[in-house]
Design a binder for this molecule. Sequence first.
Ligand code: P71
Length: 459
Amino acid sequence: MATRTWAEPYKIKMVELIKMTSREDRLKAVKEAGYNTFLLRSEDVYIDLLTDSGVGAMSDRQWAGLMMGDEAYAGSRNFYHLRDTVEEYYSYRYTVPCHQGRGAENILSQLLISAGDYVPGNMYFTTTRLHQELAGATFVDVIIDEAHDPVSMHPFKGNVDFDKLNALLDEVGADKIPYVCIATCVNMAGGQPISLGNLKQLRAWCDKHNIMLVHDMTRVAENAFFIQQREDGYKDKIIREIVYEICDLTDAATMSSKKDAMVNIGGFLAMNDEKFYEKACGLVVVYEGLHTYGGMAGRDMEALAIGITESVQDDHIRARVGQVQYLGRILREAGVPIVNPIGGHAVFLDARRMLPHIPQEQFPAQALAAALYVESGVRSMERGIVSAGRDSKTGENRKPKLELVRLTIPRRVYTQAHMDVTADAVIEVMKHSSEIKGLRFAYEPEMLRFFQAKFEEVE
Ligand code: P71
C-alpha cells in the first residue's frame, strides 16, 4: 500500500467550463466585493477554493440516484434508504434529515441547552458556536494547546485536553454541561484529527459524569484516514471500520453532508436515544420540514445515501487527502508558512507570518485572500479575526491565535495541474507580500459577519 500514489480512483465523464479573467477584471471585482471573497461572483473565479462544502463532484451513481427520487410529502423511500445507510455506516439508530449542518445544530442546541449552560468543544466552529450561544450557552474551548500553534507537528491536534475539561467541570459542575461537542478533523484548527485513543478517554469521562457526547461528523472519513495512517493499531483497519468505531463512541451527531458525503445540499441530526429522537421530530417540523425529509428533496436524500457509501472507500479517501497533501507539500517546500501537519480538506496559509507588517486589527488574512484572488483568480477564505467575530458578552473583537487563509479543496473536482497553478499563485503573492495593505470595515453585519462584511484598504 505504501507504494500506491494518490492517483484518483475515477475517470471524468462530464466537465464544467471555467473562464480565465484578467488582472484588471479581478481588481474591479474585488473592490466591488468589498475585499470579501464570499461576495465575489462565481463566474469571476478561476479556481474556487473557497470551501469544500456542497461543491464536490457527484458520481454517476449519485446522479442516477437523483432520478430515483420519491418526492412523497411523507414516508419517502429515499428517507428509509438514508436512515438505514446512516445506521449501517455511522452506527446511529435514528436520523432526522436537515437542509444542512446548521439546521441540525439549531435543533440540537435548542433541545439540549438551557440558559446559563456551558458547552465544551475541541475548538469552535462559527455556526456551531452561534447556535449554542443563541440557545443561551457559553462555548468553552478544550482543545489541546498545540491546536493553536501553526508550527506544532502534533499528529492529533484535534485532541481534547482533559485538564481544561476538568477545570470547567470543577468550576461549573456537571449539571451545567449538557453535552461535550467533538468535531472530527477540526476545521478551524486546520483540518486536524482527533485520535481514537483520546475519543475513548472522552467517552469514559462522559460516562463517569453522565454527560452526553455529541459528534460534529462533517469530516469524519478524513479523520479516519489520519487514524489509519498515524495511530497505533489501525493501519490494517479499513476506513469504513474506523468511521464506524468513531461514531459508535458518541451518542448523537450533527452532519453537514455537503462535505464528506459529496452532495450539493443536505445534512442530518442523528442519535441513539429514542426520547431524544421524538423531541427532535417535534422540532424539525418547525424549522425544516416533516421528519422524513427535513428540508431535503427525496432525490437529494438518495444521492446522500449513495454518497455516504462512496465517502468511506479507502481509495477515495487516499486520493482526496493525497491531493490536499500534494498542494501543501509544494507550498511548504517553497517556504510558504502553512499550518502543519497539512490538514485533510485544506491547506491553511499562516497570514501572521506572511504579512507581519499588518496588525491583526487590520485583518491580514482577509487582505491576503483578496490579494491571492487579484493575483490569480484563485478564491480562498479568511479564517482569522473576521471569522472569529465579537465576544457575545463584551462586544469586543475576539482575537484568535490562528490568523489563516484557507485553500479548501473540493472533492473530485480539480486536477493536479490546478493544484500547481494554485501553488504558483501563492508563491507569487508571497514575493510581493510587503505591498499588501491592511483593511478596515466598511460594513460589519451583526452575526456571522465574515459572510457579508465589506472592507476598504487602509492607506
Ligand atoms: C466550510 C463550511 C461552510 C461554511 C460555514 C460557515 C462559514 C463558512 C463556511 C460548515 C460546517 C463545518 C463544521 C465542522 C458545521 C458546519 C455547518 N463548513 N460544522 O468549512 O465545517 O454546516 O454549512 O452545512 O450548515 O466551508 P453547513
